[in-house]
Ligand binder design. Structure first.
Ligand code: GAL
Length: 635
């Protein structure tokens, strides 16, 4: 595979006389892809039924004839104002029952049938017009599902759809009452039409009710997406894709991904560091202008899985963004580093957001590859350099890792519903395990907990996985060593404590007898180093204690192929666990400094230096904010 570069462009923001020159400059910068159209509905259809596509025809022609492949977006993330006159009840409604008004974007409820039909209609019009256009090389459906907390809506449309969904899932109201345990607090229902959405209750609603609503809300996204997929499929052979986000877990991306050909995601490393990542102040200061060394990689690995091997970065941060609490500039070299890092994880395309900074609207402080007046912003030269690097590198083929982590969106919904301790967060837990593997220099695959586990993994981890069914237990048995815990298998899919303890542990004589959650600082130390924090379990049973707390109680129990961790490990404890696991499975580890990361492709060992200064590692010197591809030694 020969990775390529691209850029997001908004022809409707610029005079038509500018387009040809922009296209030429994109080509000169080494870009071969351009994404357009995803927010342009008010220009495609200024009033209901009045279509104006001539400008888009010309934009596609100008970009395409300059040599760019076009990703065409359906504009359904930004319905025009007139749409609300047609469908006054199409807005999403927040938990306080307030409609989320027009005036920004994503102002729609996924359950609104009238709006969904409008989306099918505009997709049909676009598909008929451009489906066979030789310049259209991919389609993006909508934009960033879930962005701005838009997956969940408490609208009337959602309520009616939820009741239908429940009736289908449970068949009878008695079955629902039994499944949810509604005898508790006399919450039993006599019919599906009595069931409300789980907001505005006096105290917490039944967690089973909330989990069902979260599942339903996730399904709505997949259904909404599928409507446009079904419209476009017969009209085009070009791949269909969507651009997902970083640390957005409100819908099951694997489910949406099943209907698409490629997963793409939007990578804003510096924004993420200050906006959505737990780390101490020293770490945040060290990587202020680089981003966290593992955050991008995690999502690359996740979306490689969502895309069943095919994935891109659709929006790559090119300079300061506008939306984080603080918005420093990337250090020189970082835009190139992020791009090459994505390629090392298997990205087919890395596309920058955006071409020219907008001088108007909400994102006028968001940089692009060009300034608002068209001179080169610092990102442009780095894009050019990256294009040259890619040309020199030639083919890059991804390799299967030896280690995998299971990832499961429903586990996040479950533990959000009932965290039990304030610091317990599913993403944090999984990411802490991922980081530990990367500190050990390992490449990691991320797998859906609802799919198969391919043969050949030395180690598979499933921290915090809420439910484990028989099929998954079977799949896991293919790995040499499986590490479960904490909290793995603690509930059924209906949010009940399983009758027979932890199903995932049937092969191990180990039971979880008691769970404690702990405030910051109240850690439980483990003999030999490390501790658990936030979450601590009391384990018993005849399975050997691999690690013990300083009071002698078991911290990790296990046999040859299956281990259970009784708490949320801190970094030191994770390091020890990975070390022990490597010894047991015969994996070679490559301990890495905090800012240096390692990724294997089929042909290369790629060293990625997030530090601002040079670092020497195993005979290689890597400059600050730089990437080194070195030919892999034959294993
Ligand atoms: C993404 C979005 C873009 C733009 C960008 C700014 O969330 O898809 O449209 O808003 O962020 O960083």
């Amino acid at each position: 595979m020969k990775p390529e570069l691209g850029v997001c462009y908004y022809p409707e923001h610029w005079p038509e006389t500018q387009w040809a020159e922009d296209a030429e400059r994109m080509i000169a910068a080494g870009l071969t892809w351009v994404r357009i159209g995803e927010f342009a509905w008010s220009r495609m259809e200024p009033t209901p039924g009045v279509l104006q596509f001539d400008w888009l025809d010309r934009a596609i022609e100008t970009l395409g004839s300059a040599g760019l492949k076009v990703v065409l977006g359906t504009p359904t993330a930004t319905p025009p104002r007139w749409m609300l006159d047609k469908h006054p009840d199409m807005l999403a409604v927040d938990a306080q029952e307030q409609p989320r008004k027009f005036g920004s974007r994503r102002h729609y409820c996924f359950s609104h049938q009238g709006y969904t039909d409008e989306c099918a209609r505009i997709a049909q019009i676009m598909g008929e017009r451009y489906g066979q256009n030789p310049h259209i090389a991919a389609w993006q459906i909508d934009n960033e599902y879930g962005c701005h907390d838009t997956t969940i809506s408490y609208s009337q449309a959602a309520l009616q759809a939820f009741r239908r969904w429940l009736a289908k899932r449970y068949g009878s109201i008695q079955a629902l009452n039994d499944a949810w345990g509604n005898v508790f607090w006399a919450m039993e229902y006599n019919g599906f039409d009595q069931i409300d959405l789980p907001n505005q209750t006096v105290t917490e609603p039944n967690p089973a009710h909330v989990l069902a609503f979260r599942r339903f809300s996730s399904d709505r996204v997949a259904v909404f997406n599928k409507v446009q997929v079904d419209v476009l499929r017969p009209l085009t052979d070009a791949p269909l894709l969507h651009n997902y986000m970083g640390r957005v877990l409100e819908f099951d991306h694997f489910e949406v991904g099943k209907d698409l050909d490629i997963a793409t995601w939007d990578s804003y490393p510096i924004g993420f560091l200050s906006d959505r990542l737990e780390a101490d102040d020293a770490h945040k200061a060290m990587f202020l202008q680089q981003g966290d060394p593992d955050m991008q990689a995690f999502h690359h690995d996740l979306y490689r899985s969502v895309g069943r091997g095919r994935w891109w970065v659709m929006e790559q941060q090119p300079g300061p963004v506008n939306w984080a609490p603080y918005n420093p500039a990337p250090l020189p070299g970082m835009v190139r580093l992020w791009s090459l890092e994505a390629v090392a994880h298997g990205a087919e395309v890395v596309s920058y957001f955006r071409w020219r900074q907008a001088p108007f609207g909400q994102e006028q402080m968001h940089s692009g590859l060009l300034t608002p007046w068209g001179s080169a912003a610092p990102g442009l030269a780095e894009a050019r350099q990256t294009a040259d690097d890619l040309a020199a590198l030639g083919d890059i083929e991804p390799a299967r890792a030896q280690v995998a982590i299971l990832f499961d969106y429903a586990s996040d919904w479950a533990w959000n519903t009932q965290p039990q301790g304030a610091g317990f967060d599913y993403f944090r837990l999984v990411f802490s395990a991922y980081r530990a593997l990367r500190r050990a220099g390992l490449s990691v695959d991320i797998l859906s907990a609802n799919g198969t586990v391919p043969e050949g993994y030395a180690l598979v981890l499933a921290p915090g996985l809420a439910s484990i069914g028989d099929a998954l237990q079977q799949e896991l048995s293919k790995a040499k060593l499986v590490i479960l815990g904490p909290r793995t298998g603690a509930i059924t899919s209906e949010f009940r404590i399983p009758d027979q303890g932890r199903p995932g542990l049937s092969a191990l004589d180990c039971s979880v007898d008691l769970i404690e959650t702990l405030p910051p600082g109240a850690n439980r130390a483990v003999q030999g180093g490390g501790a658990v924090a936030v979450w601590a379990e009391h384990l018993s049973g005849s399975a050997p204690d691999v690690l013990s707390f300083t009071n002698g109680a078991a911290a990790l129990k296990g046999t040859d192929g299956l281990w259970y961790v009784g708490g949320f490990p801190d970094d030191t404890l994770w390091n020890r666990i990975i070390d022990l696991a490597a010894r047991q499975t015969g994996m070679k580890l490559f301990p890495m400094p905090e800012g240096l990361r390692r990724r294997e492709t089929a042909t290369h060992e790629v060293l990625i230096n997030y530090y601002a200064s040079p670092v020497t590692w195993e005979g290689a010197e890597i400059n600050g904010c730089d990437v080194l591809f070195r030919k892999r030694n034959p294993d």
